[in-house]
Design a protein around this ligand. Structure first.
Ligand code: SF4
Length: 342
């Protein structure tokens, strides 16, 4: 009987946090992983994975046809001993069932749980990386070591060459820099003072701005506010794993509660994560050894949403507006100073 199938069709950050589960399963046999095309980029070159299977939920032929094509592809491979539902929708459960996997293992709290053969407790008190890893363990297993739940990304030689070339455009490739990742898919999670922070930091560091094409406007504002040879604008020009490589070379990163903090966790880059409407207690905080989180703990309205609404339902958006650039800069100083406990 075959190996394992991991189904993870959530956001990019969730895919990165699934890599320790994949690594654990790879110690026991072959692992195939079903992800969206966006998630597949994060799993390139991963030595723990035999095949990355793409499931385009929003593809040309729509969700139903996309699901049918995906099931046919999986069934054509070989039977799996077990399917691990890292994403808990009913649709994912259905895909797992139709692959013929005898064991279907997912969280007791998931929508698709009626289709599982084993339901694992969803521990709200644990980081999500541990929750996902626990899908591969019995209830009485010891807690994981730090290394067991270390997210893993594998930039290629080409990714490294792209970063070398980008850094050469702005002074030397070895000169220290701090990465800023000002974007998020959710409006209220975008801290509004990255330009001011960049100006504060520019005397001491080069700045690299990281993000997708959607972050071009804020990246342009940051770039225009700084002398040209102090800023590297990498927004929208690097593939995902090249962005991870760039983050890996940074002294530290300042990011919102968004995918770049998970890239930084995988690359071990000291991290300051700015939380607005969400909180680290949801289980998605930074995992790099030297990390700090910023959040406005004085507000009774916070957290107001698991993801973060596009607009503040109360209109004042104090969760973000009251976190000053000086405060974020002070947290950055702490994570950069090894003698300060974080
Ligand atoms: S309701 Fe509170 S937590 Fe939510 S966005 Fe507004 S200020 Fe932030």
């Amino acid at each position: 009987m075959g190996g394992s199938l991991v189904i993870q069709t959530s956001f990019l950050g969730d895919v990165i946090l699934t890599t320790p589960l994949i690594a654990e399963l790879a110690r026991r046999g072959t692992v195939d992983v079903l992800v969206t095309p966006g998630g597949a980029a994060a799993l390139a070159n991963n030595p723990d994975i035999r095949t990355v299977i793409r499931y385009d939920k929003r593809g040309t032929y729509g969700a139903a046809v996309g699901m049918w094509q995906t099931i046919q592809e999986i069934r054509g491979r070989r039977p799996y001993k077990a399917a691990y539902l890292a994403q808990g929708s009913f649709r994912s459960g259905l895909i797992a069932m139709m692959t013929g996997a005898k064991e279907r293992i997912g969280f007791r709290s998931s929508t698709g749980r009626v289709l599982y053969t084993i339901q694992v407790p969803y521990r709200p008190d644990r980081h999500h990386v541990e929750r996902l890893w626990s899908l591969s363990m019995s209830d009485c297993a010891d807690p994981p070591t730090r290394d067991q739940v270390r997210p893993r990304l594998y930039p290629s030689d080409e990714d490294r060459r792209m970063v070398d070339s980008l850094l050469r455009q702005s002074r030397s490739t070895d000169e220290p820099f701090v990465a800023l990742a000002p974007g998020s898919a959710w409006g209220t999670k975008r801290w509004p003072y990255y330009v001011e922070l960049a100006k504060l930091l520019a005397d001491d560091f080069r700045i690299a701005v990281i993000g997708s094409k959607a972050d071009s406007a804020i990246a342009a504002q940051i770039t225009e506010a700084l002398p040209p040879d102090t800023v590297i604008n990498a927004v929208g020009i690097l593939p995902l794993l090249a962005s991870a490589e760039l983050i890996g070379r940074a002294q530290a990163i300042v990011t919102n509660d968004s995918a770049p903090q998970h890239l930084a966790s995988a690359m071990g880059t000291p991290t300051v994560t700015i939380f607005g409407p969400t909180v680290p207690e949801f289980g998605f905080g930074p995992l790099a050894e030297r990390s700090a989180v910023a959040g406005n703990d004085s507000l009774s309205c916070r957290p107001c949403d698991r993801h973060g609404p596009q607009r503040c339902p109360l209109g004042h958006w104090r969760c973000m507006r009251e976190l000053t650039p000086d405060y974020i800069s002070s947290l950055l100083t702490e994570v950069l100073n090894p003698s300060v406990p974080v």
